[in-house]
Design a protein around this ligand. Structure first.
Ligand code: OAD
Length: 238
């Protein structure tokens, strides 16, 4: 076994206060493309850049175009949790992992059995009316055609955080608290480019910061242990 993976295995074995913070790279081995890799969402051809389409202003002005993108790119059929999701769920069940904090909107941590999941950017598995707030099942939004509308006439929207929108304060406060009090913080599958989520790393007080990411991140020098390998393959060994 790789020396760094062996070290991670030891850190996990010795701790009962592990917190995981992840991003799109956690789900690529389930078949969902990430945002910023060469074959990621932001490098695919589309009429507008995905950051524009996934913004509040764009959603308000062009809900039809937003939904074309949403159904074609954000909704991925028949995806299953991979080894990373499953191992994180089993670490929670063993009482070793306190929380999964994710930037992902795919619900795969919960599908794997994780209970305490803080979704910083929401979930495409929930929907609500942008006018009256009434909650709706995500089915029609994700799989229907045209712009889904509420009984009140408002546009139904996904319960995700679009660009220009603030993160949920309560979720952010909980995430900060878990990270501040964590013994081991494992960060994986995120380019750590998008704020305020990426800034969470600054709340960690310990000396067991593990970074698992295929490519380099702006925070590599902060890590006590760095593993540039596929996260599912890493978690299958620890
Ligand atoms: P990114 O696409 O920016 O970063 C994903 C990172 O995961 C990249 O650095 C990849 O190298 C790495 N990666 C890919 N597959 C991996 C694997 N199998 N194992 C390990 N690492 C792997 O995605 P995020 O950092 O999650 O926000 O992006 C943050 C936010 O940007 C998203 O939540 C989304 C996006 O705009 C909103 O939609 C609000």
């Amino acid at each position: 076994m790789d020396e760094n993976i062996q070290k991670l295995k030891e850190l996990i074995a010795e701790s009962d206060n592990i917190v995981f913070f992840g991003g799109a790279g956690v789900s690529t081995e389930s078949g969902i493309p990430d945002f910023r890799s060469v074959d990621g969402l932001y490098n695919q051809e589309w009429k507008y850049p995905p950051e524009t389409i996934l913004s509040h202003t764009f959603f308000e002005r062009h809900p039809d175009e937003y939904y074309r993108f949403h159904r074609a790119k954000l909704v991925v059929e028949n995806v299953q949790p991979n080894t990373a999701h499953k191992r994180l769920a089993s670490l929670e069940a063993e009482g070793k992992l306190k929380a999964v904090i994710t930037q992902n909107i795919d619900g795969l941590h919960q599908a794997a059995g994780s209970k305490n999941v803080l979704e910083l950017h929401g979930s495409i598995l929930r929907a609500y009316c942008s006018r009256c707030g009434k909650p709706y099942p995500a089915e029609r939004m994700n799989h229907g055609t045209g712009i889904p509308k509420c009984d009140c006439g408002g546009v139904i929207r996904p319960d995700i955080v679009l660009y220009e929108e603030p993160l949920d304060n309560e979720i952010m406060s909980k995430a900060i608290s878990y990270i501040r009090h964590a013994d081991v913080l494992i960060i994986g599958g995120t380019s750590l480019n998008v704020y305020p989520a990426a800034g969470l790393i600054n709340y960690y007080r310990g000396h067991k910061l593990v970074l698992i990411n295929l490519s380099a991140t702006p925070f590599d020098s902060y890590a006590d242990l760095i593993i540039h390998q596929k996260i599912g393959e890493v978690f299958s060994q620890v």
